[in-house]
Design a protein around this ligand. Sequence first.
Ligand SMILES: [Mg+2]
Length: 414
Amino acid sequence: MIIRQIRITPVAFLDPPLLNAAGVHQPWALRAIVEIVTDEGLTGLGETYGDLGHLGKVRECAQALIGLDVHALNTMYARVTAIVGEDAQRVPTASQERSIDRVFSAFEVACLDVRGKAAGVPVSDLLGGRVRDAVPYSAYLFYKWAGHPGAEPDRFGAALDEAGIVAQARLLIREYGFASIKLKGGVFPPDEEIAAIRALHEAFPGVPLRLDPNATWSVETSIRVARELDGALQYLEDPTAGITGMAEVAAAVPMPLATNMCVVTPEHFPPATAARAIDVLLLDHHYWGGLTRSSHIATMCDAFGLGMSMHSNSHLGISLAAMTHLAATTPNLTYACDTHTPWQNGQDVLTPGTLRFTNGSVPVPTGPGLGVELDRDALAVMNEQYEKCGIVARDDTSYMRRINPSFPSTRPRW
Ligand SMILES: [Mg+2]
């Protein structure tokens, strides 16, 4: 099964004004859809980030993969490494994701989709077989404005205090049936976010809660907040920056600490585990190098006694399908996964109805490959939106500063 063609289509979809430590989501979220076409006429789908710099690397690497067999993942990884370059392994982002793994991931997922289609089996079978038939996701709550400045309010409305957060949780749980809740924090002073968690704890007794302030707190603040939330949180995610800081917090607080920030490459495992910095790793196949490499990371977590959940950025259905196959085949991924799906508000590049939520979980697709089908008309519309929207990279901070010029960039903020 030789790769004859790879199509890369950048897309944009409407995104609500979701507030976070970096600022606020822009009106459009970007992704790129990867289609690998083989000599036998099979097409495999992948989805990755849509930022222009990343897109350029993905396009360049795509050319170098033409002519390879879809099973030759090691050769593909070597070619991506040669192009993206050893010195570019660490991009200057908060999470220091490795460029090579980020670029390789979408190709790997698309190859698995092709291989599943050729063999007539779901991707979950290629990953070792599913250990659960449906994957639980959490209600991912955000503080948010009613709408983007100058635009009509969106259907989710404002959530700027604990009452707004509880109302948002009720809406998402009513529509999706979620049985776990995560709040994106790092937006307001910690006492306000403590109040929001307490309000959720009271409104949804017994429902597991998580809080993720994206390392906006000092070690001292993290310890204070964590102690005040004793008994209310399933885990606390990235309260403070770095393995050393997280280890200081972990030693002093009652609940598990989770991360998708201080352990983002395999080389972070030895120092993080030696320092007992984390208890839970949030897996993300988009930056851990695809589904197979993510399975290996899960094995490493098992060896080190770490629990597992799953991280999410704004994404579309191809990613949701890939995340679901991965989570379904990872025995030790026992925490409900994060997803931004509700914030897509029905926008997708897939034929409607392929993926659905039942009681907060996505049943694992059982069709060949990822088990999803591209809607070419929707893809064309979203590509046109990308061309017209004027956004070429995610930049929550610059967008926020257009509205609030004094928005601070210092961390820790509290
Ligand atoms: Mg996080």
